[in-house]
Structures are given as structure tokens and as C-alpha cells.
Design a protein around this ligand. Structure first.
Ligand SMILES: [Zn+2]
Ligand SMILES: [Zn+2]
Ligand SMILES: [Zn+2]
Length: 245
């Protein structure tokens, strides 16, 4: 936000918490070991604010444009390195790999580009629980229109974005295991491929999450005007939000 061409109150709001870039998170395991989940179109601007200098791994929830089109700027982590370097592991559902390689064919399919490129090794997510950068990550797949997205859980922290519902087996798998969760919920009115704010707030209760944050918010949501509708243990997320887990 603001949305291009829109004059609504939220898009015109001067409040920093109503200014939103596309959804992504950084999971810092230590001060120097970082995992990035999704490279939004504003990835470069987002990562500059963190000051991090390297990444241990990349993970994707899915490969819609708003979640991966900032991928090119991963190349900055290669500046100043002497080749050959070890490629950064990059995980996504196996069904997305061909589409990702096509989107970024200059990285994966040609060898005459002539500039510094992102240096990653694509890995299909192997199992429902696997190791990334030395930590155990649990994943489950959620329906999102024509595709399924991967939600990720690191111990008692979970991230789920871009889903219509949490099917009963997903609720059963993660209920009671999550203390803190960041979850998408785009607006109040029903959406064909996304959960609403209220549906996401209800999912957080079904999962028995202690503290939830709703992200991927559209211009229907005014951070200050609408936060009172949320249950006591749920808040809206905002750009730059840091959570210690
Ligand atoms: Zn607007
Ligand atoms: Zn999205
Ligand atoms: Zn999506």
C-alpha cells in the first residue's frame, strides 16, 4: 500500500503502519544465520532495512509474482565473492520449480547474461519435515486457488500466507504446537483464493496459537481503525515488525 491509482483513506494515510510492501519474512537463527521466506518485489528495500550481509537459505511459499519477483536482488549476496561459491539452498514445492526456472530463465537457462546472478540451488521440499540451515522445518500445504502454498513452522513459530482455508487435517497437524504465528488475511469481504481477516483470526484460535499476527493486508484494512475488531491475542502485522521466538 498505497495501491496504484487509489485515493482511498488507507492509501492516502500518512501512518507508517498503513504503508505496506508485499509479504515476506526473515527468520534469523543467529545474528549471522538468516533464512528468507519469499522474495517480494520490494525484497531489496526490505532487506536493506535489516542490514544482513548473507543468507543461509531461501524458501518459497509459492511463486505468485508478489512472492518471488524480487528474486534478482539475491544476487547482491554474491558481490565481492570469488567464484566458485557454494550456491544458497532454495526450497519450494516441486510443482513450482519449472515455473520458477522459466520466470528467471536468465539465471537458470542461459549462460551468456554477463552480469552477477543469484547463485542458488533449487531443492524440491523433500518431506513434511526437513532440515534447513541446521534447523528442523515442518511444512504443510494449503489451498490457494489453482495452486497450493507451503506453510512453514520452525519449532513453535509458524508462517502461513496465501491460503483460502486451513483444512481439518492441517488444523489437526499443527494444533497446540504454535506459540506465535504470522498468517495472511487480506480483507474483511470474502475473497476467492484468500482467507479474510476474520477467517484467519478464527484459524489462529482453532490452532490454539498464543499470539497471532495477520499480514498480507489490502487497503481495506486501516491498522488503527480496524485493530479493535481482532481477538485479544491477535494483531495486524506491519512492515518491519520483529518478533522474538
Ligand atoms: Zn486504496
Ligand atoms: Zn500473495
Ligand atoms: Zn498467492
Amino acid at each position: 500500500m498505497p495501491q496504484i491509482g487509489c485515493d482511498c483513506d488507507v492509501c492516502k494515510s500518512p501512518e507508517p503502519k498503513n504503508k505496506r510492501t508485499r509479504a515476506s519474512i526473515l527468520v534469523s537463527l543467529t545474528s549471522t544465520k538468516h533464512i528468507i521466506i519469499d522474495t517480494a518485489p520490494e525484497f531489496r528495500l526490505q532487506i536493506l532495512k535489516t542490514g544482513i550481509k548473507s543468507i543461509a537459505a531461501l524458501m518459497y511459499t509459492h511463486v505468485h509474482a508478489d512472492h518471488c519477483h524480487g528474486f534478482d536482488d539475491v544476487r547482491a549476496f554474491e558481490f565481492g565473492k570469488h567464484k566458485p561459491t557454494v550456491p544458497t539452498p532454495c526450497y519450494m514445492d516441486k510443482g513450482f520449480i519449472a515455473e520458477f526456472e522459466n520466470k528467471f530463465s536468465y539465471v537458470f537457462k542461459t549462460n551468456n547474461y554477463g552480469g552477477v546472478l543469484p547463485h542458488v540451488q533449487l531443492h524440491p521440499i523433500p518431506t513434511a519435515s526437513f532440515t534447513v540451515a541446521g534447523v528442523e522445518v515442518a511444512t504443510l500445504r494449503l489451498p490457494h486457488g489453482k495452486v497450493q502454498t507451503n506453510a512453514y513452522r520452525f519449532g513453535d513459530f509458524a508462517y502461513a500466507t496465501d491460503f483460502k482455508t486451513f483444512p481439518p487435517d492441517a488444523i489437526d497437524a499443527w494444533r497446540g504446537k504454535i506459540k506465535t504465528m504470522v498468517i495472511s488475511g487480506v480483507r474483511f469481504n470474502p475473497h476467492p483464493t484468500h482467507s479474510t481477516v476474520n477467517e484467519s483470526a478464527a484459524i489462529l484460535q482453532e490452532l490454539a496459537v498464543e499470539k497471532g499476527y495477520i499480514t498480507h493486508l489490502s487497503h481495506d484494512i486501516d491498522y488503527y481503525k480496524h485493530r479493535d475488531v481482532l481477538p485479544a491475542n491477535v494483531e495486524f502485522a506491519y512492515d518491519g515488525l520483529e518478533i522474538e521466538c
